[in-house]
Design a binder for this molecule. Structure first.
Ligand SMILES: [Zn+2]
Length: 373
């Protein structure tokens, strides 16, 4: 088949059209301290400086061979605008929500800002400016561009405390709806702006607080799914990837039910079973383990696990969750190299054994847990 650019390969893979091999991308938060040194764009300065933010995003392909440009680097910028306090973290840690104005005033009236106010609010001007710099760079014509956003249920948890929100889904449904619906109005407005003005190929939405570890499938369908459906409908041209941590096999149908273009899942979900279950109703993105093998394993461990995701039939190869900033370039380059050089095996070849990371440990999940403090 004709030679595909990385961007075209990604667009085709997301739609189950023929490709020579899967793309290998940084779909969840994708920066490491080595990449920060290479680009001269370190956290936490990157979070408030558009030029640095764009520089770091543009460095992922030349330095790590990840075929994507992705910004920003946190799950906190929406919550900050809606009333949360955020600590921007350090070079090796992402920004964290440290409380919000609603924690002591849960009955507060919620009033949605208008679009004009949204564009001026918090770190939105930085993200908008960084997007413009990226779209002017010729690399954005060759590589898929990805905007990270946070899911409405997770943002609502940032505002009222994730533990409160989860408890309310059982004890005070009205309160759970009040906050998650309010947040989804904001997220819908933001995604509509992003779709019409910024030119990204896809959004990648992290919704860790709606994981199977925290919500049953029924509760997901009541409190998370309707808002996810609603916000994705605000976009016409931009694809949507829903990322949820943990073993999501029992809830893969629920994820697909949101209407997202792709589901991004971790290594705790068996890739062979996930591909079978998804049955091309949605693209699958992942699911090379962040802790093992990317952080703690050898390049050889990374090769084995990457081959497993490709062999299973994942549409886009990526880390299963947000990268730890301490992952070494050798391991990320091995994930990329293995994907680029992969030759499909005959159907009789043996499956690669499952070696999932430690149970109940993933970075997005940690973020949402820490936000309770
Ligand atoms: Zn995750």
């Amino acid at each position: 088949m004709e030679k595909l650019s990385c961007k075209e390969r990604f667009r085709r893979a997301m739609r189950h059209q023929e490709v020579d091999r899967p793309p290998v991308c940084g779909m969840t938060t994708a920066a490491t301290t080595e990449l920060m040194d290479y680009t001269g764009a370190p956290w936490p300065e990157v979070h408030t400086d558009a030029k640095l933010m764009a520089k770091l995003g543009l460095g992922a392909y030349p330095f790590l061979k990840l075929e994507s440009i992705r910004i920003p680097y946190c799950l906190s910028y929406e919550a900050e605008i809606l009333g949360a306090n955020v600590n921007l973290g350090k070079k090796n840690s992402t920004p964290m929500v440290k409380g919000s104005k609603y924690r002591d005033n849960l009955d507060a009236d919620l009033e949605l800002m208008d679009e004009k106010e949204m564009l001026r609010a918090g770190r939105n001007p930085v993200i908008i400016e960084a997007s413009k710099i990226i779209m002017k760079d010729k690399a954005s014509k060759e590589l898929p561009t990805v905007l990270g956003v946070t899911g409405p249920f997770t943002i609502a948890g940032h505002l009222v405390g994730t533990e409160n929100l989860i408890l309310w889904t059982i004890t005070e449904e009205d309160m759970a709806h009040k906050y998650s619906n309010f947040v989804s109005e904001y997220v819908g407005m933001w995604l509509e702006y992003v779709d019409k003005n910024l030119g990204f190929d896809t959004i990648q939405m992290s919704e860790p607080s709606a994981s199977w570890d925290m919500l049953s499938p029924d509760l997901f369908d009541t409190f998370a799914l309707p808002n996810l459906k609603k916000v994705y409908k605000r976009m016409d041209d931009t694809m949507s990837i829903l990322h949820i941590c943990g073993n999501m096999l029992p809830m893969l149908d629920n994820m697909i039910g949101t209407g997202c273009t792709g589901c991004s899942i971790e290594e705790k979900t068996d890739p062979y079973q996930a591909v079978k279950k998804a049955n091309k109703r949605s693209a699958l993105i992942g699911n090379v383990g962040v802790v093992r093998p990317l952080l703690q394993g050898t390049p050889e461990d990374v090769r084995v696990m990457t081959e497993k995701s490709i062999d299973a039939g994942f549409d886009v190869i990526s880390a299963g969750c947000g990268l730890s900033a301490l992952i070494k370039k050798e391991n990320l380059r091995m994930m990329a190299e293995t994907t680029v050089n992969y030759k499909r095996r005959s159907k009789t070849s043996k499956r690669v054994p499952l070696t999932a990371g430690p149970a109940n440990f993933h970075f997005c999940f940690m973020l949402s847990r820490l936000s309770i403090a």
